[in-house]
Design a protein around this ligand. Structure first.
Ligand SMILES: [Fe+2]
Length: 182
């Protein structure tokens, strides 16, 4: 594959640099999953009138916990101590998380948009990480990373497929004078 051949002429210190990039990518993924877990848990706590959304959030929270475990195992295999992680990606995603945390009249919609963006961010992050794993010969982690990528893609697709339905439910509840925000 083009990706691996273009790294063929890199020397030992260059390879060490690339391995460091991969490890940093894994640490970032850890922070991202931690952030995902917090956002999903918070939304599950609050959502009351959108049972299908709630069910999907619960399903993806379970997936997210497993994803975090997969990342933990990779870090362990790489000899990294996960208790020393700073998880600064929380700051990268700060704005999105803020949207997901502030109560609003159309909270269910804002959360839907933010969740779609978050899944898209995760998809790009895992595609990047998989590319790094391939280029650095860390092929033993590819199956786990690809499984996570698939789960993020399915979640993002579900949100895209259901944004209109959720919007109509929200509008109908508002029109009937029912509690619609979440
Ligand atoms: Fe995730």
């Amino acid at each position: 594959m083009a990706v691996s051949t273009s790294f063929a002429d890199i020397g030992a210190s260059g390879k060490e640099t690339l391995q460091t990039l991969f490890i940093t990518g894994v640490k970032n993924a850890h922070a991202l999953e931690k952030e995902a877990r917090q956002i999903l848990s918070r939304q599950i706590e609050r959502v009351t009138n959108y049972p299908e959304v709630e069910q999907k959030l619960r399903m993806h929270l379970a997936e997210t916990n497993a994803q975090e475990e997969r990342i933990d195992e990779i870090l362990h295999a790489l000899g990294e101590d996960r208790s020393l992680l700073k998880d600064w990606a929380t700051q990268i995603m700060g704005n999105m998380a803020a949207v997901a945390h502030v109560p609003m009249a159309d909270e269910i919609l804002k959360n839907t948009f933010a969740n779609h963006a978050f899944e898209a961010f995760e998809i790009a992050a895992y595609k990047s990480l998989i590319t790094m794993a391939e280029a650095t010969g860390n092929t033993q982690f590819l199956a786990a990373l690809r499984q996570t990528l698939q789960e993020e893609e399915r979640m993002r697709q579900w949100i895209e497929d259901n944004v209109e339905k959720v919007t109509r439910m929200y509008m109908e509840r508002e029109a009937r004078g029912e509690k619609a925000d979440r």
